[in-house]
Design a protein around this ligand. Structure first.
Ligand SMILES: COc1nc(N)nc2c1ncn2[C@H]1C[C@H](O)[C@@H](COP(=O)(O)OP(=O)(O)OP(=O)(O)O)O1
Length: 195
């Protein structure tokens, strides 16, 4: 089934999930470009525990703002090295677009994936890197890695991380509203890219 994309989301997409309230999508007047990069090896994904700034205390990929004069890929490569101490050939895996009721600025986040990194994974003042397992049948033994900690990640991550893990190109949008001092998703839509 192909459906019309939410505002801000481009591409020929097939819906995979949607939810939340039936309100109109939130308006925005400018779009800021960000990146977010995930490194894979075997059945493992590298996440970082954010130690400061936006999303402190949550696990996420490595990324940040695209600086003036930089391409998105250059920014993703720079942020990966700044935040985790490693370099990797990156490929664009998807796009996550979100708007919040706190500001009229939308975030366009290019999501990258990479393997075969070089360098030593290093904790930085912004991120504490840690490997997690994404095996489906996860039997916990002391030698095994913990599963992806969705309970300590952004609430919309469970809608698109499986697409990232399964190499399905995707795009989606979420609107966030402040509830009890927390930024929580009020409406979302995700789709996979059709050939
Ligand atoms: C709200 O949903 C989000 N989900 C996920 N998974 N990731 C998100 C979400 N919102 C933002 N992000 C990502 C995008 C970036 O990778 C970081 C935020 O970057 P930050 O604000 O730390 O940008 P920097 O350029 O590193 O900032 P400083 O130079 O000021 O440290 O979170």
């Amino acid at each position: 089934m192909s459906t019309s994309n939410p505002p801000g989301v481009e591409g020929h997409l097939e819906e995979v999930s949607r939810g939340g309230n039936s309100a109109e999508w939130l308006p925005y007047s400018q779009v800021k470009q960000y990146t977010n990069t995930f490194i894979f090896r075997d059945h493992e994904i590298l996440l970082g525990l954010k130690k400061r700034g936006f999303g402190t205390g949550k696990y996420n990929g490595f990324g940040g703002k695209v600086e003036p004069g930089e391409s998105s890929l250059q920014a993703a490569t720079r942020e990966l090295e700044e935040e985790a101490g490693i370099r990797a050939a990156l490929e664009l895996a998807g796009v996550f677009f979100f708007v919040s009721d706190k500001e009229d600025k939308a975030f366009h986040i290019d999501i990258y994936r990479g393997e075969n990194f070089t360098g030593l994974i290093t904790e930085t003042d912004e991120m504490r890197p840690q490997w997690f397992s994404f095996r489906e049948a996860h039997i916990q033994t002391p030698e095994q890695l913990p599963p992806i900690p969705f309970h300590q990640m952004w609430e919309t991550d469970p809608y698109w991380i499986p697409l990232l893990v399964n190499r399905q190109p995707f795009a989606g949008r979420a609107d966030f509203r402040t509830q009890g001092g927390k930024l929580l998703p009020s409406k979302w839509w995700f789709g996979t890219v059709l050939p």
